[in-house]
Design a protein around this ligand. Structure first.
Ligand code: 4AD
Ligand code: MG
Length: 467
């Protein structure tokens, strides 16, 4: 076969030099036609759209033609012509075809219309479907949007460790990292495991958040963000929880809680607008196939200011709803950690737009949050979104050394693990704030998918670490 440089299908559709001879490579989605002419829909992943390859059967070897089955991988040289029937501007009249990889009829993606559950079982192949191609292209684009947003604002991308000896959220939901022989653990008289001989000489885990190290950076470089995987061993089998998820955590010196809210709102709107502007084909596909209100919902978020409301006022609204007969599965009272149904009631039923809920009871928030003067609530902020519930969690940080130490003692957090964090408050402390956006929660919103397992290539959830 003549060697011609490959054109990606996405680029082919932008060309208008009809008559040129081009090469495309990709996987067969469908093949149909008559005894004389066949039409192959070829996809190379560069776009949701397939290119139609027109094959005049008389010009090709019969044995080779038999190998052109659904899923097979082809290289095609042919003439670029204007298309009338394929739904695209361009199609290819094949001159030479090479079958790079055959695909027999055990290929599980023969027919269309598989359930999402089934596709999860073949997560190694699902990127070849229209749906997952769209989702993973959007995932890439959102990652770019995030870096661009912060870079353009002068934030520095700061890499925080994945292996850590501190529990940022204090929820005890960490995966341990060890090279010890689990069949022969050394214990002291009290029965506690001795970690002295372990790889790090102490108990170590996968991080639940890069925030604490992010604060070290913010109090030196000013404005930073992290963007990396985080791990939580919470046994919640819900459509919104993963054991391994990606988080974006900006941290900014001199920002108070109000600045923090402004940043969160601007950031998330930027990301949503980016998806509408840069992933139009994929978003439209998902809108048409899964969620007819997707585009409307995305545009809706851009239109209005987010509601800003205290936790206490939020509870009042929920209590009113209960009094008026609204049924929640979980109880509502001041002090409760809101469930997703409560958050979604505020967003979807009451305000009909995103809500930033602030000033939560200290008991349900992490140790590092700045205490309010009432000594009962902390300067926390959660951003609540339609369909998702909590998409962002953040706060102004406690910058007062003594207050922070008091809080750490109150919660019995081992001080020996925290000395380096406390140093920021000892040496030139400053007000600062930050938040964490769950990348997959953002993707749930932007793609309209209803299960978080379907917006990450290889989900890690309780009892599932396949692929
Ligand atoms: O509210 P969280 O626990 O906050 C933190 O980790 C802070 N250290 C962030 C900060 O202030 N720098 O988590 C932040 C976000 C949540 O709002 C949610 O979007 C996401 O991370 N998240 C999860 N996403 C998927 N699966 C899980 N198990 C998640 N847990 C939290
Ligand atoms: Mg949270």
């Amino acid at each position: 076969m003549e060697k011609i440089g490959r054109t990606k299908i996405v680029d082919l559709f932008k060309r208008e030099d009809f008559g040129a001879v081009v090469n495309v490579k990709g996987w067969v989605r469908t093949r149909r036609g008559s005894k004389q002419v066949n039409f192959i829909a070829l996809n190379d992943g560069s776009t949701i759209n397939n290119v139609q390859v027109v094959v005049d059967l008389a010009n090709f070897d019969e044995e080779m033609l038999k190998l052109i089955t659904t899923g097979a991988c082809l290289s095609v040289n042919g003439v670029m012509v204007e298309s009338v029937g394929s739904g695209q501007k361009v199609e290819i009249q094949a001159r030479e075809i090479e079958v790079l990889g055959v695909c027999d009829n055990t290929y599980p993606l023969q027919k269309k219309g598989h359930s999402m559950e089934f596709l999860r079982e073949i997560a190694h192949l699902r990127p070849r479907t229209n749906t997952f191609g769209a989702v993973f292209r959007i995932r890439h684009n959102m990652a770019i949007a995030i870096h661009k947003f912060f870079h353009d604002k002068g934030f520095f991308y700061f890499h925080t460790p994945l292996i850590t000896a501190s529990d940022c959220e204090g929820a005890g939901q960490m995966f341990q990292v060890t090279t010890m022989n689990l069949y022969d653990l050394k214990k002291n008289e009290a029965g506690s495991i001795i970690y002295d001989d372990d790889f790090f000489g102490k108990q170590a885990s996968l991080t639940v958040s890069g925030q604490l190290e992010g604060e070290l950076a913010a109090t030196a470089l000013g404005s930073i963000y992290t963007f990396g995987p985080t791990f939580r061993a919470e046994n919640s089998n819900t459509p919104r929880h993963l054991a391994e998820f990606w988080m974006i955590e900006p941290e900014v010196a001199f920002n108070d809680i109000l600045d923090n809210m402004d940043l969160a709102e601007e950031f998330i709107k930027y990301c949503v607008k980016w998806a509408l502007d840069n992933c139009a084909d994929d978003v439209k596909f998902l809108n048409d196939m899964f969620d007819k209100e997707l585009i409307e919902r995305l545009q809706g978020v851009l239109k209005d200011d987010f509601v800003r409301l205290s936790y206490t006022d939020g509870i009042k609204i929920l209590e009113d709803a209960v009094a008026k007969g609204h049924k929640f599965e979980f109880p509502v009272y001041w002090g409760v950690d809101l469930a997703s149904e409560h958050e979604r009631y505020l967003v979807e039923e009451h305000f009909k737009r995103p809500v930033i809920l602030t000033d939560y009871p200290k008991e349900i928030k992490a140790f590092y949050m700045k205490m309010n003067d009432d000594n009962k609530t902390v300067r926390a902020m959660d951003v609540l979104f339609p369909k998702i519930g909590e998409i962002i969690g953040g706060s102004e940080r406690e910058s007062d050394y003594n207050k922070l130490v008091a809080r750490i003692e109150e919660l019995h957090i081992p001080m020996k693990d925290m000395w380096w964090y406390l140093d920021t408050r000892k040496f030139g402390t400053c007000p600062h704030s930050g938040f964490g956006l769950g990348f997959e929660r953002l993707l749930l919103f932007v793609t309209g998918m209803s299960n978080i397992r379907d917006v990450i290539p290889f989900p890690r959830t309780p009892r599932n670490a396949e692929f």
